[in-house]
Design a protein around this ligand. Structure first.
Ligand SMILES: Cc1ncc(COP(=O)(O)O)c(C=O)c1O
Length: 386
């Protein structure tokens, strides 16, 4: 016979885990991938790449799309295609994934950091102008977690100081700012199609722009800087192999066909949690802002900020004990060991972003999440506080 403790462990072992991310591949994905296999076009050339580039850029409202290996690769290329190099400064939020900062540093330029807005979790655009110097070349406008960063003030600063805007819309397929698609604002804009995005290709990314010369340059950098017209294997500059495969693009095309359903699903997940986790506000949590004057939250992920680090640890452990996956929020750029080693951001402090990084985490919010799973997540939070 089992002891009570053993019985509890036994019951827990029967619970089906609820992963923090789950995807939805229920359309033409298999059909298109089979087509790649049957036709023999499986690597970095093929009709699906062209179709996906054309249809995705059209969807965003841009003239050109350049499909690449992932969202970080898209940023590497965007930074180089913007002619950013040694001696230049580029403004980014400190609260972001590391990719934009890495792209800047790899280009030999210096990232300049800005704190976050405590309500939207995006870069506080009111703090940007004070960071502009004679060396500033660009701003990377990173959209974070579900609400876009306020583009209008950034576009005005760019105009006033002759700066370029790189728009990192990695998380923002289907999101709009003032009813215009995210990804349509930057001189160059980038997307990620990692498995947790609204459109996934497993791994993948896209650069979009309107300038044919920039598009041509991005294509060249993506393909080891082969000269498009020149003799093969003679290279005049350094490039990357950041090509997307035809099979990834086949996935992407099938996913693009379902994007409206994916947007609706994200909204319904967000609405459910807004309603059923509302009680967390009494426990001094912060929940995502459902809307601003310029956008409805698309809830790419559903993040919450606990009142302090200890409480975050306790609730995350409780959720983990019930097999519910969570992820911590991004860790600030000025606190990254890799950048400390490079002597970057010495002594800098960004209190809002630091609090978010320490106390924030996100909960299951993937497109494959079922109604039952949503209920279990909300109930597990409630049980902790009752
Ligand atoms: C804002 C942002 N930029 C860039 C990336 C990098 O994309 P990838 O993981 O495809 O390299 C991500 C990834 O989620 C992201 O959230």
């Amino acid at each position: 016979m089992r002891t009570h403790g053993e019985y509890v462990i036994y019951c827990k072992s029967m619970i089906k885990p609820i992963p923090v991310n789950s995807f939805h591949l229920k359309g033409n994905e298999k059909k298109y991938i089979n087509d790649c296999i049957d036709s023999g076009w499986i690597s970095g050339e093929g009709q699906y790449i062209e179709k996906f580039e054309n249809q995705f850029s059209q969807y965003v409202g841009r003239d050109f799309g350049i499909a690449v290996a992932n969202g970080s690769a898209a940023l590497d290329i965007a930074v180089l295609a913007t002619e950013i190099g040694p001696g230049d400064e580029v403004i980014i939020p400190t609260f972001t994934i590391i990719s934009p900062a890495l792209s800047i540093v790899k280009a030999g330029a210096t990232p300049v950091l800005v704190d976050s807005d405590p309500i939207t979790w995006n870069m506080d655009v009111t703090q940007v102008e004070a960071k502009i110097t004679s060396k500033t070349r660009a701003i990377i406008a990173v959209h974070i977690y579900g609400l876009p960063v306020e583009m209008e003030p950034l576009l005005q600063l760019a105009k006033k100081y002759h700066l370029k805007i790189i728009e990192d819309a990695a998380e923002m397929q289907g999101q709009t700012y003032n009813e215009k698609n995210c990804g349509s604002f930057g001189d160059i804009s980038t997307f990620s199609f990692y498995a947790n995005k609204l459109i996934t290709t497993g791994e993948g990314g896209m650069i979009v722009c309107d300038d044919p010369a920039i598009a041509k340059r991005c294509k060249k950098l993506r393909n080891l800087a082969f000269e498009p017209e020149g003799p093969r294997f003679i290279h005049h500059e350094m490039g990357f192999n950041y090509r997307m495969t035809n099979m990834q693009a086949a996935l992407g095309l099938a996913q693009l066909e379902q994007v409206n359903t994916s947007i609706d699903k994200k909204h319904s997940i967000g609405k459910y949690y807004d309603q059923h986790l509302h009680f967390l506000l009494q426990h001094k949590y912060q929940l995502p802002l459902p809307e601003t004057s310029y956008a409805h939250n698309i809830y790419w992920i559903y993040g919450v900020v606990a009142p302090d680090e200890q409480e975050k640890q306790q609730i995350v452990t409780h959720l983990k004990d019930h097999k519910i996956g969570t992820r911590p929020f991004f860790w600030c750029m000025h606190e990254q060991p890799v950048f400390k080693k490079l002597n970057l951001f010495h002594g800098q402090k960004y209190p809002t972003a630091e609090k978010m990084a320490r106390c924030g985490f996100y909960i299951p919010s993937g497109l494959g999440l079922t109604d039952d799973e949503l209920e279990v997540v909300a109930k597990t939070f409630r049980d902790f506080y009752e």
